[in-house]
Ligand binder design. Structure first.
Ligand code: HEM
Length: 375
């Protein structure tokens, strides 16, 4: 899988997958995301606590983000807005267990004593969800091959790439694996980003009003790909949320040659270097009033990509960031069109984070009050 590869092997795989994430190929997927977001707002209306108006946005965004991945990557309707948890969610949560603290131990054995891990046949990933998701993707591909059906999703993009570039050696197994990789890379990162963005919006009514005004100027039933790029203030709000509360906490690199840093510290070839995103994003040497939530800074400043690094930086940055941006913007458009967000009695102010999670997660859930704007 791409994330575990290094060197030439990684480069080959990355080059093979990158064409799937160009703006042109992703453009039709905005329709698919709109299709997920609309029934999701109805789900929210039906699910908020009738007395307090509160809802745990973590659960709500997890459902939305899996619905988007199910439709936009796997080409299926997974029923994620049903009350009873569908298999798609259960298996996605099982995949996520690979990120929980208890598995950090396995990870350390892998990293520092790979031969021991091999001898003990330790697996970092739980194989059950892998089999489930690969079967979902393989079934859809074979159904489409038989019927000649085409859809606006990533499976279609990958299948098209396979036939357009036969020299790239994109096998059916590689397509199925890639769909699963996009689920792993995209579902929790996007869901927790949305939780944090909505938290900041609820805590800053002036920012929320301004973002909504911008959205309502261009939004009708859904939002089009063309209009997404006009939402400059919303973009600044999302960036400011990423700056204050980055979803990934560290970026990691392996040093491929000896080098001396500007402060005189030598880093030897082969050293793993971990960069703290919180350290960078809240550093007063780089940001004025770093503790303040101020989207304005992203409208004014030229941001250094190595200081602001929510999607990583350099050739190994997030391959799915264009997809993620579309999903974040479309979702917030639907949310702000339908609801006013406010802190409720269970909202964690000041913010506190769940220490056992490797993806930034608010302790006890992201509880907010949602007030329907038209009912
Ligand atoms: C808001 C959502 C997301 C955030 C914050 C995020 C963040 C990141 C970060 C920080 C990295 C490591 C970059 C580096 O080391 O420089 C990464 C890598 C990656 N992401 Fe994302 N990501 C998001 C959504 C997605 C989506 C939607 C997909 C797929 C559809 C995806 C697929 C990947 C993959 C495959 C990699 C590994 C790239 C490689 O090793 O070449 N991500 N992401």
């Amino acid at each position: 899988m791409l994330t575990s590869l290094t060197g030439e092997e990684w480069r080959r795989m990355r080059n093979r997958l990158s064409p799937a994430f160009t703006a042109n190929r992703l453009k039709p997927i905005v329709d698919t995301i709109n299709k997920s977001a609309k029934p999701w707002t109805e789900y929210l209306r039906a699910t908020v606590d009738k007395e307090t108006g509160e809802i745990d946005m973590d659960d709500a965004f997890t459902r939305l983000s899996l619905d988007v991945i199910a439709r936009a990557v796997f080409g299926v309707d997974a029923g994620t807005y049903q009350r009873e948890e569908p298999e798609f969610i259960t298996f996605a949560k099982k995949s996520r267990d690979g990120l929980s603290l208890k598995l950090v131990l396995f990870f350390l054995v892998y990293r520092f004593a790979p031969s021991v891990a091999k001898a003990l046949k330790l697996r970092l990933m739980n194989m059950e969800p892998i089999h489930f998701f690969r079967k979902v993707a393989a079934d859809v591909i074979s159904r489409r091959r038989e019927s000649g059906e085409r859809q606006k999703d990533m499976l279609q993009v990958l299948v098209d790439l396979q036939s357009e570039t036969p020299d790239q050696g994109i096998t059916e197994e590689a397509i199925v694996q890639s769909a699963h990789l996009f689920l792993l890379g995209g579902f929790e990162t996007t869901a927790r980003s949305l939780s944090l963005i909505s938290y900041h919006l609820a805590c800053h009514q002036d920012v929320q009003d301004r973002a909504r005004q911008e959205i309502l100027k261009v939004m009708s039933d859904g939002i089009s790909y063309e209009h997404l790029s006009e939402l400059k203030y919303l973009e600044a709000v999302i960036n400011e949320s990423f700056r204050k509360t980055p979803v990934g906490v560290i970026n990691e690199r392996m040093c491929t040659q000896d080098c001396v840093l500007s402060n005189g510290v030598t880093v030897d070839k082969g050293t793993r270097v971990q960069v703290s995103l919180v350290g960078l994003h809240l550093d007063p040497d780089h940001w004025k009033d770093p503790e303040q939530f101020d989207p304005e800074r992203f409208l004014d400043d030229k941001i250094n990509p190595f200081v602001f690094s929510a999607f990583g930086a350099g050739p190994r940055n997030c391959i799915g960031q264009r997809f993620a941006w579309m999903e974040l913007k479309v979702t917030i458009c639907h949310l702000l069109k339908e609801f006013t967000l406010e802190p409720g009695p269970r909202t964690k102010i000041p913010l506190e984070f769940e220490p056992s999670q490797m993806i930034t997660t608010i302790k006890g859930g992201t509880w907010l009050r949602l007030i329907p704007r038209s009912s």
